[in-house]
Structure formats: structure tokens, C-alpha cells
Design a protein around this ligand. Structure first.
Ligand code: HEM
Length: 150
């Protein structure tokens, strides 16, 4: 249980923290670069960040349900905040899959064919999905942390 809880927190930190850094810090800073440089930068950033998110989207439900079944005795006695976390967590995971298959993979296809502006359009799509996920992630973290005091 303590290991599962620690892994759960680390996964949430890596995912939501990474999105916060990417959207609130890196994006405005990279905005001054010209388009080919920006696309090159974002493709390298995403190549490192996306595998980390894969680890997080597997770790979060795996450790979450481990805690539910090993520590809380199943779904019967769960607090409302855990139901909310779980539901919003699956929406976040669904959006990540959308960003991966409809943004990240096509971006790579465009880059292989040296279609830089088109790759930029897919990065833009990925960014919009990530923005929604960041808002959801902040809500989930607030609910997860404060929920026990409801
Ligand atoms: C996908 C399904 C998920 C399940 C089944 C799940 C389940 C759980 C459970 C059982 C706990 C322990 C609650 C407690 O001790 O009161 C927990 C805590 C937590 N979860 Fe999740 N979770 C999920 C997704 C997420 C996501 C997507 C995030 C954030 C991105 C997240 C962030 C947290 C945090 C920050 C805590 C610690 C709350 C505290 O202070 O006790 N979880 N989760």
C-alpha cells in the first residue's frame, strides 16, 4: 500500500507537472522561435515527455485500483473524491490516447516526409488536448487532496 501510494503520487506529479511546465513555461518561451525551429524543439520535447506519460497512464490506474482493493476493501466504502478522481482520470487517459494517436503519431509521419508546417498543425492539436488535460489534472489533484475533508 505505501509503495502503491508513492508510485501513484509520483505518476500524478510527473504527468500534471510535465504539462504545467510545457504549457505555462516552455510554450511562451518558445513562441519567439521561427516555425521550423519551434517544430524541431517541440518534437524533441514530446519524444521525451510522451513515454513518461505512458508510464503515468499505466501506473495511475494500476496503483489506484491496487489501493482500492488491497487497502479500502473494494468500491463499497470509497469516498466520493475517489469516484470523482477515477472518473476524471479515465477521461484524462482517453484524451491522452487521442493526443497520442491523432497528434503525436501523425506529427511524426509529417516530419518523416519533411512536411514541417503540417507537423506544426498536429503539434497544435496535441497542445489543445493537453490544455484540457491540464485543467482536468489540476481539478483531479485538488479533489484528490482535499476530498478527504469533505
Ligand atoms: C485512473 C484511476 C484512478 C484511481 C482508481 C485512483 C485511485 C486513488 C486512490 C484509491 C487513492 C487513495 C485515496 C486516499 O488515500 O484517500 C488516490 C490518491 C490520489 N490520487 Fe488517484 N486514482 C486515479 C487517478 C488519478 C489521477 C489521474 C490523478 C492525477 C493526475 C490522481 C491523483 C491522486 C493524488 C494526488 C492522490 C493523493 C490524495 C491524498 O492526499 O490522499 N489519481 N487515488
Amino acid at each position: 500500500m505505501p509503495i502503491a501510494f508513492a508510485l501513484h503520487l509520483l505518476a500524478a506529479m510527473a504527468w500534471v507537472g510535465g504539462m504545467t511546465f510545457a504549457l505555462l513555461i516552455l510554450r511562451p518561451a518558445a513562441g519567439t522561435l521561427d516555425m521550423p525551429m519551434r517544430v524541431a524543439l517541440w518534437s524533441r520535447v514530446l519524444n521525451r515527455f510522451i513515454p513518461l506519460v505512458w508510464v503515468a497512464v499505466i501506473t495511475l490506474p494500476a496503483t489506484g485500483y491496487w489501493m482500492i482493493f488491497q487497502g479500502f476493501g473494494g468500491f463499497v466504502a470509497l469516498g466520493l473524491h475517489i469516484h470523482v478522481m477515477q472518473a476524471a482520470g479515465w477521461v484524462m487517459i482517453g484524451l491522452f490516447l487521442l493526443a497520442y494517436f491523432r497528434g503525436f503519431l501523425p506529427m511524426h509521419r509529417m516530419l518523416r516526409e519533411l512536411l514541417i508546417p503540417e507537423a506544426g498543425l498536429y503539434i497544435e492539436r496535441l497542445r489543445r488536448i493537453m490544455q484540457v488535460n491540464l485543467v482536468l489534472g489540476i481539478l483531479v489533484l485538488s479533489v484528490a487532496g482535499a476530498g478527504r475533508y469533505w
